[in-house]
Design a binder for this molecule. Structure first.
Ligand code: C5P
Length: 403
């Protein structure tokens, strides 16, 4: 992927412990071919010294709005014009609030107001701060204005808590930024994506589900939106942030997912089923919590509707893409599914081994269609998703004459 080659990136660093990772991010961006200039807030300088960023970027670091020397060389307007994209990583809760309100009392907030380049933020904060209504509202406002939001991820936090609010890793941010420069291969197209697991209740407190994290489906939705499509994402329960510009419909069970897909299907050009839909649900959901006893328990399971096969069998189906999670004989099983479900394309991944599959950040996909196939990756799910969207666009366009 050469999306960042010769691109000018202003990297804004605000005050947060994740600022230490941003030094590595500068190196990764430069490895990807970008030129990087770093703008630090006063808070950022409390965590990392400007000299660190100067060393890794090979450029003077910009820290002050009213610095005569900096203004003479490259002031805020020049920086704003120079940028092909502005990425703020980490973006603190304070930084988001300042951008949201259009403050212009430091260099980074002023560059944000003065630039016409795309802007992305990579939030990083304590999980409670991340879900605070003030942060939610600021996030929504920034997204409405077209600011791309990368992450945050979930995991252990510097404050000792665990949850959503961790800055994405440098390589994930590079991949997400590449998405901003993705060619608009799906401009004007409507794409419907399913993602995540489904949850099939047994009683009011228990359910059957699977280990799908939703990462791949959300990455596909983000990549399709970056490629210019209008994307609707029907998501099962998962702790993922909605990608910028994507309309999200939350569901819980397979039946709810099937209904949401049918409701959103009219007018879609492409359907990508990446959800790990539970194949069965319990025949009778108990009204009350099932009591424990010493006797063995038998659950009667009934099959769920096959959402993907249903869409592919419609009278005028969109271009349909399925996923296949396989543990062995990947091509054989995937091609069988392609035929049986009447799909245009299937993306198979090998699960149950290290370096890919359900909860991992990386993946390899073997993609098959009638008469052809291609391997995508190995790479981060975000990168593989971009490649997959490129391939889908190529095959979709090719299919238009024959429909
Ligand atoms: O048959 P299998 O479950 O392996 O097929 C996987 C593909 O079918 C995935 O694309 C998945 O999203 C889709 N699927 C579906 N509805 C189901 C089961 C699977 O859409 N009930």
């Amino acid at each position: 992927m050469a999306q960042l080659t010769d691109k000018n990136i202003v990297l804004g660093v605000s005050g947060g412990i994740a600022a230490y990772k941003s030094a590595d991010l500068v190196r990764r961006l430069r490895d990807a071919g970008a030129r990087v200039r770093v703008v630090m807030t006063a808070g950022a300088k409390e965590f990392v010294r400007p000299l660190t960023f100067q060393a890794v970027s090979g450029q003077p670091v910009h820290t002050s709005l009213l610095d005569p020397a900096a203004e003479a060389a490259m002031g805020h307007i020049d920086l704003a014009r120079w940028a092909d994209a502005v990425l703020v990583a980490p973006a603190s809760a304070d930084l988001m609030a300042r951008f949201c309100h259009g403050l212009a009392d430091d260099l980074l907030s002023t560059v944000y107001l003065a630039t016409e380049a795309p802007v992305a933020i990579a939030p990083a904060m304590n999980r409670v701060m991340w879900v605070h209504p003030a942060t939610r509202q600021n996030l929504a406002t920034l997204q409405e204005r077209g600011v791309a939001v990368f992450g945050p991820g979930r995991g252990d936090q510097a404050c000792g808590e665990t949850g959503a609010g961790r800055m994405l890793e440098p390589l994930e941010l590079v991949a997400a930024l590449e998405g901003l420069f993705a060619p608009p291969v799906l401009a004007g197209r409507r794409v419907l994506v399913t993602a995540g697991p489904t949850r099939e209740p047994l009683d009011p407190v228990r359910y059957l589900s699977n280990r799908s994290s939703g990462k791949m489906g959300f990455a596909v939705a983000a990549a399709a939106a970056a490629a210019g499509a209008r994307v609707t994402l029907v998501a099962g329960p998962c702790a993922m942030v909605t990608p910028s510009g994507v309309q999200r419909v939350d569901v819980e069970t397979a039946e709810e997912m099937a209904t949401a897909v049918q409701q959103n299907l009219p007018g879609q050009d492409i359907f990508i089923a990446s959800a790990a839909v539970a194949d069965y649900r319990v025949a009778h959901v108990a009204d009350d919590k099932i009591k424990k006893s010493d006797a063995a328990m038998h659950l009667q399971l009934v099959p769920n509707p096959d959402i993907l096969a249903g869409v592919a069998a419609a009278s005028e189906p969109p271009f349909t893409v399925g996923f296949a999670a396989e543990t062995s004989s990947v091509e054989e099983h995937a091609r069988d599914k392609l035929r049986r479900k009447g799909l245009d394309m299937i993306a198979a991944n090998r699960v149950g081994q290290a370096g890919g599959g359900f909860e991992a950040d990386s993946n390899t996909l073997d993609v098959f269609w009638t008469g052809g196939g291609r391997r995508l990756g190995p790479g981060l799910k975000t990168q593989v998703a971009q490649e997959l969207v490129g391939l889908i666009a190529e095959r979709y366009q090719g299919s238009q004459g024959s429909r």
